[in-house]
Design a binder for this molecule. Structure first.
Ligand code: CA2
Length: 165
């Protein structure tokens, strides 16, 4: 174990949400479900806690802010869940920021973009993600947290990510 690693604060999972996801629960429940983003935040915190992990839950409608969240995650997170929403299909800037991350990064979508319009079939996010979980509604987020926990527990560098029991 690195010197003082046991005394340092555990790093959280950053859960980063892109444009319009702040309006979840208000429209198109047949595609995105009925849960609000606030409800998803609480469910994610509970799931992470069951793994002894913390979460920081973020949302922005601005591409540059999403890039800044990813830059911050380089030093402040043990892993990242990213639902870049519409920017998934367009943003080289978000892809560039993801490529600087060494932690596990899971691409998450509530719907399954591969079953939807052709313009949703390209994902820049997938090109730098450790893995992708899509089409399972809120469970996409919860299973992505399980995936980060599994990836970290297989990693020899995970001392800083776990809360002391
Ligand atoms: O399924 C997903 O999670 C998406 O990332 C959602 C994005 C869409 O552009 C991606 O292709 C797949 C759209 C988010 C729109 O958010 C809404 C919020 C309230 C009501 C309807 C949509």
């Amino acid at each position: 174990m690195a010197k003082n690693a046991s005394k340092s604060k555990p790093l959280p999972i950053y859960i980063i949400n892109g444009p319009n996801l702040n309006l979840l629960g208000t429209r198109e429940p047949e595609i995105y479900g009925r849960a609000t983003l606030g409800e998803i935040e609480k469910l994610c915190a509970a799931r992470a806690k069951a793994h002894g992990l913390l979460t920081v839950f973020l949302q922005s409608n601005k591409e540059g802010e999403l890039v800044e969240f990813l830059q911050e995650a380089r030093v402040a997170a043990c892993g990242v869940l990213l639902n870049a929403a519409g920017y998934t299909h367009t943003s080289v800037a978000i892809l560039d920021a993801m490529q600087m991350l060494k932690q596990p990064v899971i691409e998450v979508h509530l719907s399954n973009p591969a079953r939807r319009e052709h313009y949703r079939h390209l994902s820049y996010v997938a090109k730098a993600a450790t893995g992708s979980i899509t089409g399972l509604g809120v469970n996409s987020y919860l299973l992505a947290i399980d995936a980060v926990a599994a990836l970290l527990s297989g990693s020899p560098k995970n001392e800083k990510t776990r809360k002391k029991k």
